[in-house]
Design a protein around this ligand. Structure first.
Ligand SMILES: *[C@@H]1O[C@H](CO)[C@@H](O)[C@H](O)[C@H]1NC(C)=O
Ligand SMILES: *[C@@H]1O[C@H](CO)[C@@H](O)[C@H](O)[C@H]1NC(C)=O
Ligand SMILES: *[C@@H]1O[C@H](CO)[C@@H](O)[C@H](O)[C@H]1NC(C)=O
Ligand SMILES: *[C@@H]1O[C@H](CO)[C@@H](O)[C@H](O)[C@H]1NC(C)=O
Ligand SMILES: *[C@@H]1O[C@H](CO)[C@@H](O)[C@H](O)[C@H]1NC(C)=O
Ligand SMILES: *[C@@H]1O[C@H](CO)[C@@H](O)[C@H](O)[C@H]1NC(C)=O
Length: 374
């Protein structure tokens, strides 16, 4: 067969053939990837009749006596938010019995986030993201986009950058709020970028005891290979004289007042939901209901959403809602903390106290897990 081809097809067109096959392969891979994104959240919920064309256009046809076909051009800047506008874009003859509005149409579009989970790193943002992902009116970006902390190019136009940002976000229905989580947004960005992305943005900030956070971050940094597992917590956090090193990464990122102040320069306080992770861990239903109210989305979370897992000592998502891993976080998320002496813990608490006090003042709520000394 190949020999036959070799005889018939001249050398140069063989090259073209190979190139052509290569392009086809790329297109197939691209299509598969897009499909993966499409089914990412809720395969079970999406109508299987929904057909998707990966070029940002949606297309649906129903083979019937007459063929109804609906086409819509996807356009990031002109979100179609009502069925009325869809009807006007429809070229079908709607005098028939089938109402166009009853036909499932893929109206998902790319849109900028309405809410961002900005941090704090190691304060349970992963769990919160998983919980938020259950809500039918929230569309969560799967990975951490890390756009504003390292992908953004400040030399390029902001509008162009927003187009690049949209590529990292999932497509969402008009009734869904897009939400992304990047814990570095709290302390490692210029909040002005978030502000000009969406001045009405809602910011969710989960905080936790800075001392516990410092220890968690130390374990995390070992896990990601940034810290050596042969160096103790104390070696990273205390200097030769036993004083806390303020510039140590794990210490610096446990300081909450300064980053919050930077965000408050642009966003009014009412656009923040600031919550202690102890509340989320101990009363997940109440915590999620509070977040629902803040995001102004319909009620979804109930006492049945979570159950207390005696084995690990944390609440997990009811397996009937999320069967994966019994609805719990991955095992490594529940790391055993190293033993740190009482004396060193006290030193750390003393170190963080002024920043905590200042933070609580900025927040305006009491924050029991940040209050060490009465
Ligand atoms: C068209 O619809 C009519 C009534 O619903 C039905 O009787 C007929 O078989 C259909 N024709 C085709 C080709 O599907
Ligand atoms: C729609 O279909 C009906 C019956 O088939 C026809 O009488 C009418 O002219 C059509 N309308 C348009 C706008 O094509
Ligand atoms: C959101 O809209 C889509 C498409 O219109 C619909 O399938 C889905 O059920 C809606 N979700 C909610 C929670 O209303
Ligand atoms: C952006 O522009 C500044 C000065 O115009 C230049 O120094 C810098 O290297 C540029 N950065 C990038 C990423 O191009
Ligand atoms: C949910 O649980 C809390 C405490 O566990 C209880 O006070 C509340 O009444 C429960 N709500 C419902 C609707 O069952
Ligand atoms: C901490 O100390 C206790 C008792 O001193 C010991 O049982 C435990 O294994 C230690 N934990 C770690 C992580 O070293």
């Amino acid at each position: 067969m190949i020999r036959y081809l070799a005889k018939v097809v001249p050398r140069c067109s063989r090259r073209i053939l190979v190139l052509f096959l290569f392009i086809v392969l790329i297109l197939i891979i691209h299509k598969l990837k897009k499909f993966d994104e499409y089914v990412s959240k809720d395969e079970e919920r999406l109508d299987s009749k929904l057909l998707k064309n990966p070029n940002g256009k949606s297309e649906l046809s129903i083979k019937d006596n007459r063929t109804v076909s609906v086409k819509r051009e996807g356009d990031d800047k002109n979100p179609i938010n009502s069925e009325d506008s869809l009807k006007s874009k429809t070229d079908g003859n709607s005098t028939g019995r089938r109402n166009i509005a009853q036909i499932p149409i893929d109206v998902r579009i790319k849109k900028l986030p309405g809410a961002v989970l900005i941090g704090v790193q190691k304060c349970g943002t992963g769990a919160l993201k998983t919980f938020l992902n259950l809500h039918p009116n929230i569309r969560v970006a799967r990975a951490e986009p890390h756009f504003f902390d390292w992908k953004i190019d400040h030399n390029a136009t902001f509008e162009g950058e927003m187009k690049r940002y949209l590529k990292l976000l999932p497509r969402a229905f008009p009734n869904e709020t897009v939400l992304e989580k990047t814990p570095e947004y709290f302390d490692m960005i210029d909040p002005f970028d978030l502000f000009r992305m969406n001045p009405a943005l809602k910011l969710i900030l989960l905080v936790c005891d800075p001392v516990r956070r410092t220890i968690s971050a130390y374990l995390h940094n070992i896990y990601i290979g940034m810290y050596s597992k042969h160096k103790s917590f104390e070696e990273y956090v205390f200097d030769k004289d036993g004083e806390v090193i303020p510039t140590a990464e794990v210490v610096r990122r446990s300081i909450y007042d300064e980053p919050l102040k930077r965000h408050l320069k642009y966003f009014p306080r009412k656009q923040f939901l600031i919550m202690e992770n102890t509340f989320l861990l101990q009363k997940p239903t109440l915590a999620m209901q509070e977040i629902e109210k803040f995001l102004e989305i319909p009620k979804f979370y109930t006492n049945e959403t979570f159950y207390f897992n005696e084995k690990i000592g944390y609440y997990c998502i009811n397996p009937s809602i999320k069967p994966v891993n019994s609805g719990c976080q991955a095992k490594y998320k529940y790391r055993v903390h190293p033993n740190v002496s009482e004396e060193n813990l006290l030193k750390l608490r003393r170190f963080f106290q002024p920043n905590n006090d200042n933070f609580i003042k900025l927040v305006g709520n009491s924050m029991p897990s940040l209050k060490y000394f009465p």
